[in-house]
Ligand binder design. Structure first.
Ligand code: GDP
Length: 364
């Protein structure tokens, strides 16, 4: 999973991104992690993995990872292709979801590009650029559809109607995702890569003192209001706190958070929120050689889940032996779980659940 970090200059993106790359230093030797200056990789915290490691004492432990892409430099005029604008927009095209960092802290020493702290204005400034880019794409699509209609392909009249309504919606300054759409309409957007259809988390970057009492922060409340109308999520972070705790050991980190009366770090919250936003779950494989988490979309069936490990597993899929993590823990061991009949044999139609521990049987 890839998340793109965007936001106006001086809102705290680099501070957050530096915290991410520091926190992710331990994941740097993951073979599939790209090493690029603007990509940071973090391990997805998962207590179930920790428990399985205690049980199996494996030779290798592999957490799921999330990639964060720092898409700095998205500024006014980006959609007109000024400077590097277009490059930023194409960077956004490649991510699964957007983390839009918004300034919700006051600090006279940190200049705001537009002179004052006003999160909703800031959000709209960035969204405007994305909307302009989407309008260009949509216009091209409408032209194409019109040609087909003139050529006698009447089935495209429904497309035309929908695209024109969407266009009016975008022109009113709203994002595509905020429009109510039927399943048929969503299908009509399947191959139209609109930036404002991407899921978004607005990350309100608050002052350190505000991190644990977000309800009293007027900026945060305004962002929440906007996000609701935009069908987006909001999360409160403090980039400064993340920067301070990024290099700490787990225990030290918790002590630091306890002092602030904060339950968890902003980064951990962000990772959890992204999973939820994107409808992702994890299944697990466990044994002496390796304990590992695998990320899949909710609703994925067993063969496709197996395909995550290797395409041969999907092609030659026979069945999956599944025990839920909670059942395994309650029984204390795999053999006890088997005795109780909690290790099931599941076929091709089985829909995977979060926390399933799986052994796939397949033909080669
Ligand atoms: P970017 O341009 O969005 O990448 O912003 P930076 O991460 O470079 O942050 C701009 C400035 O704001 C830096 O001096 C940061 O130290 C500072 N900053 C970031 N987050 C906070 C915060 O929560 N409170 C305060 N007071 N300063 C912050």
């Amino acid at each position: 999973m890839k998340l793109g970090i965007v936001g106006l200059p001086n809102v705290g993106k680099s501070t957050l991104f530096n915290a991410i790359t520091q926190a992710g230093a331990e994941s740097a030797n993951y073979p599939f992690c790209t090493i690029e200056p603007n990509v940071g990789t973090v391990l997805v915290p998962d207590e179930r993995i920790d428990k399985l490691v205690e049980m199996y004492d494996p030779d290798k432990t592999t957490y799921a990872v999330i990639e964060f892409v720092d898409i700095a430099g998205l500024v006014k005029g980006a959609s007109k292709g000024e400077g590097l604008g277009n490059k930023f927009l194409s960077n956004i095209r490649e991510v699964d979801a957007i983390v839009h960092v918004v300034r919700a802290f006051e600090d006279g020493n940190i200049v705001h590009v537009d002179g004052s702290v006003d999160p909703v204005r800031d959000i709209e400034t960035i969204n405007y650029e994305l909307i302009m880019s989407d309008l260009e794409i949509l216009d091209r699509r409408i032209d194409k559809i019109m040609k087909s209609i003139r050529g006698g392909e009447k089935k495209y009249l429904a497309y035309q109607d929908f695209y024109e309504r969407l266009k009016a919606h975008l022109e009113s300054g709203k994002t595509a995702r905020s429009m109510d759409m039927t399943d048929d309409e969503l299908d009509m957007l399947e191959d139209v890569a609109l930036l404002t259809m991407k899921p978004v988390i607005y990350a309100a970057n608050v002052a350190e003192d505000d991190y644990a009492n977000e309800d009293t922060n007027v900026f945060v409340n305004k962002i929440k209001e906007y996000a609701k109308s935009d069908k987006a999520e909001v999360m409160v972070i403090s980039a400064k706190i993340e920067e301070e705790i990024a290099g700490l050991e787990k225990d030290e980190k918790q002590m630091f958070l306890d002092e602030l009366s904060a339950a968890e770090s902003g980064l951990d919250k962000l990772i959890k929120a992204s999973y939820k936003l994107l409808g992702l779950i994890s299944y697990l494989t466990a044994g002496k050689p390796e304990v590992r988490a695998w990320t899949i979309k909710e609703g994925t069936k067993a063969p496709q889940a197996a395909g995550k490990i290797h395409t041969d597993f999907e092609r030659g899929f026979i069945r999956a032996e599944v025990v839920h993590f909670d059942d395994l823990m309650n029984c204390g061991s795999m053999s006890a779980a088997k005795e109780k009949g909690l290790v099931r044999s599941e076929g091709k139609e089985y829909v995977m659940k979060d926390g399933d521990i799986v052994l796939f049987r397949f033909n080669v």
